[in-house]
Ligand binder design. Structure first.
Ligand code: GLU
Length: 288
């Protein structure tokens, strides 16, 4: 098997200290395995993207010595692939149209006497599973079968989630016509032949949904490693949404050393090249 890894930033702003950790971890794992490292710009959610952030991210990565082995791809140009995957799921009755607004979902959950939420997302009560009841389709959802989905993370170990109970039938194509992250990421990881996914632990919770989609689409499940996150001063996850500062790459050696320290790598080096080589060696012995 030839190793293919990727870093998949959403261009909602420039890289910050936390996203450099994810980028570096995925790059180190690819280098430690003698594999290829790809960059995919995840700009499916166009309203959240910031013009020029994609180029800025690529510039910051390059300044830190992280150069993709193939031309980057942009999800906004890959809609036909996502639609083909959705069509395939619809043909198998694994995806269905949904007419519910958020208000409809809230009301249905209230009528059932419970409103389960997961990260601000309501667990879909299944209103449109058996048909639209004469209403117009707004979104498309994945039909989640009952049962527990298990997967193994190289760092977190054995993981499991009851997706039907904890998430419900999740959205594949949104009411605004945009494809959901879950579908796009699975289609692209398969289309790009990704064998290893290394990304931040905040995304671990999405993995069972992605595993279900891989199975439904007949794609291989890559190996997963979810890294520790950089936390802000008050313990919250660093993110563009909570105003993390753009990564300063005027001293790339210092930026990479800081990211390596978050990954638990005790390395040093006179220049950026030395720090990167030492980090590859340290990573290889830690995550064979
Ligand atoms: N685009 C996602 C993000 O920036 C990452 C997706 C992934 O690595 O699977 O949070």
């Amino acid at each position: 098997m030839s190793y293919r890894g990727r870093f998949a930033p959403s261009p909602t702003g420039p890289l910050h200290a936390g996203s450099l950790v994810a980028a570096l971890a995925s790059w180190l794992d690819a280098r430690a395995h003698g594999g290829k490292w790809l960059v995919r710009i995840e700009d499916v959610d166009q309203p959240r993207c910031i013009a020029g952030a994609d180029r800025e991210i690529l510039r910051q990565l390059a300044a830190c010595g992280l150069l993709p082995d193939e031309e980057p791809v942009w999800q906004s140009q890959r809609g036909a692939l996502y639609q083909a995957a959705l069509d395939k799921l619809v043909a198998q009755d694994l995806a269905y149209p949904c007419a519910c607004s958020r208000k409809d979902i809230e009301e249905a959950l209230r009528a059932q006497g419970h409103a389960k939420e997961r990260h601000g997302e309501l667990v879909y009560p299944g209103t449109c599973r058996e048909g639209l009841h004469g209403k117009a389709a707004r979104a498309w959802r994945f039909r989640v079968a009952d049962g527990v989905t298990q997967w193994t993370d190289r760092r977190l170990g054995e993981q499991s989630q009851d997706v039907a109970a904890e998430v419900g039938d999740f959205v594949l194509k949104r009411a605004d016509g945009l494809f959901a992250y879950q579908l796009a990421v699975v289609v692209d990881d398969a289309a790009q032949g990704i064998t290893h996914v290394v990304r931040g632990e905040d995304l671990a919770d999405n993995t069972p949904r992605q595993v279900l989609l891989q199975r439904a689409l007949g794609s291989a499940t890559p190996a997963y490693l979810h890294t520790a996150l950089v936390l802000g001063a008050s313990g919250e996850k660093l993110s563009k949404q909570n105003g993390a500062a753009a990564l300063d790459v005027s001293d790339p050696r210092a930026a990479v050393l800081a990211a390596a320290a978050v990954l638990g790598l005790e390395v040093d080096g006179a220049d950026l090249g030395d720090v990167l080589s030492a980090s590859v060696r340290a990573w290889a012995s830690r995550w064979p």
